[in-house]
Design a protein around this ligand. Structure first.
Ligand code: 5AD
Ligand code: SF4
Length: 492
């Protein structure tokens, strides 16, 4: 139910066909129109969950290309079917089960291999291999380099599993093969894993310890993308503000945290600047920021460079300090508000979005109203809203009782969604009459005489096509809006 609401929310109104607009979006089948190599085998991959998973599928595609496999968007012609899975909420798992059943028929007919990748791999490996006999390969998020070996093992009839997590793996030098790409915006993964241990979250268990990728390889990837015609990159990490990289092998752990720029350590604000300097017309976005770590330096860097987009995704989770403490978010309501004030002061034109969980363990009505009042304070332009879903192995599952009744959770979520819709409509109405620089991403799904793109605040704008081209910038005057989309006309 929460995901239904969530998906409605993400997809609501006139959302044109945007690839993985959501962080927990619908599954997308991958692939370019592929030119099959002589005797080349084909793989088909579906990705679920967050942007990191979509970015990982592109690393997987690169590794498989290296092993002689080409991507296909048609699973009936694939030799290898892969599902890159998400474990963040319970119903994500149900969905994968359903999908596996779907592939059963064609597997029987063709003798193809089926693999489960990503966050569900570790916890469910036995179940997948033994109960759901359809699965031949299970690979965790840090095991993708071993996929060619796993495929070989599986091909000779063995069950092939690698779910080891690594402290070093960042796939730094692997050039992702862009899947489902519009050729204009791309993800760049800048770090992996998470050390935060929010009590509700399974990610630290499924994706392992936090590690940052070599900054030079990130900048090189951005340069390559720019040369290929891309005009927007999104730097991805579970907590980008804790990005820290040093070439010095002695600088690890606490030493790395304490080391300074002069000692060759790069933090997130500095990385942001290096990527912004790749080209003035290459837009730079980033996700996800953590309220405990987001520094004013990052905000000043956003203000300094026109091409760093004025948009911050700052998950609040709850507006109540007691609940935040139970969630182990390590900030309280006042701290979060102070971070919001800093954004509004340093980058006044910035849009702010968030993630909210309704009905966390022991949350009272009054505490729920604190979340609503936080929404009133910030006026988020976009929000991803969920009911709490207990995940096995998390601190919350071990320590707390999931005691808010399901119907109360759903009612609270509905209230949150309703308020958010009002705020996003209000915010869009304030944009009517303004002119925005829009990076044109494609043709609107609803009307092929219209284009769509985004402004720096990450709002989607639809406007008549004229003779404009995707991948270029246009100045668009907003003439009207819905709660999900701005509608406008091009001005010179
Ligand atoms: N239940 C509900 N929502 C969750 N999220 C993470 N874990 C859970 C859970 N157990 C949400 C958080 C996070 C987003 C990616 O998913 O809001 O920011
Ligand atoms: Fe999960 Fe918290 Fe890490 Fe985000 S910061 S991935 S919510 S543990």
């Amino acid at each position: 139910m929460s995901d239904d609401l969530y998906n409605n929310e993400v997809a609501f109104e006139l959302q044109p066909k945007v690839i993985d607009e959501s962080r927990q979006g619908e599954a997308l089948a991958a692939g370019h129109a592929e030119t099959a190599r002589a005797n080349g085998k084909k793989f088909y991959i579906e990705s679920y969950g967050c942007q990191m998973n979509f970015a990982d599928s592109e690393v997987v595609a690169s590794i498989l290309n290296g092993a002689g496999f080409d991507a296909t968007t048609d699973f009936t012609e694939a030799d290898l079917i892969l599902l890159n899975t998400c474990a963040i909420r319970e119903n994500a798992e149900q969905r994968i089960r359903g999908r596996l059943q779907h592939f059963k028929g064609i597997k029987r007919r063709k003798g193809i291999l089926v693999g489960v990748l990503g966050c569900m791999a570790e916890r469910l490996k036995e179940k997948f291999l033994e109960q759901e006999k359809i699965v031949d390969i299970v690979a965790g998020p840090d095991a993708y380099r071993s996929l060619p070996d796993l495929i070989e093992e599986a091909g000779s009839g063995q069950k092939a599993v690698n779910v080891l997590l690594s402290r070093e793996e960042t796939y730094a030098e692997i050039s992702p093969v862009r899947l489902n790409s519009n050729g204009i915006s791309a993800y760049i993964s800048i770090m992996r894993g998470c050390d935060n241990m929010c009590s509700f979250c399974v990610v630290p268990f499924t994706r392992g310890r936090e590690r940052s990728r070599d900054w030079q390889s990130i900048v090189n990837e951005a340069k390559d993308l720019y040369e290929q015609g891309y005009r927007e990159v999104t730097l991805l990490g579970q907590n980008v503000d804790s990005y820290r990289y040093s070439d010095d092998p002695k600088l690890v752990g606490k030493k790395l945290l304490e080391a300074k720029y002069e000692e060759g350590v790069i933090n997130f604000a500095q990385l942001l600047e290096k990527v912004a300097l790749v080209a003035p017309d290459l837009r730079v976005r980033f996700s996800t920021s953590h309220p405990k770590d987001m520094t004013d330096d990052v905000l000043h860097m956003m203000a300094k460079y026109h091409n760093i987009c004025k948009y911050v995704h700052l998950p609040v989770q709850s507006g109540n300090s007691r609940v935040l403490e139970m969630m182990n978010r390590t900030y309280d309501r006042e701290w979060y508000k102070q971070r919001i004030d800093a954004i509004k002061t340093i980058v006044p034109e910035a849009a702010i979005s968030t993630d909210i969980i309704a009905g966390f363990c022991s949350e009272t009505e009054e505490e729920h109203r604190d979340t609503i009042s936080m929404m009133e304070y910030v006026k988020y332009t976009m929000a991803y809203m969920f009911v709490y879903s207990e995940r096995p192995g998390t601190v919350a599952a071990k320590k707390y009782t999931d005691d808010v009744p399901e119907e109360v959770k759903k009612r609270r979520l509905q209230e949150i969604v309703d308020i958010h819709r009002i705020h996003s409509l209000e915010s869009n109405k304030q944009d009517v009459g303004k002119v925005f620089e829009v990076l044109i991403e494609g043709i609107s799904a609803r009307n092929d005489m219209e284009l769509y793109g985004r402004n720096t605040q990450n709002k989607v704008i639809v406007f008549p096509k004229g003779d404009l081209k995707t991948g270029t910038y246009a100045n668009v005057l907003v003439t009207h809006c819905t709660s999900g989309t701005l509608i406008g006309t091009v001005v010179s």
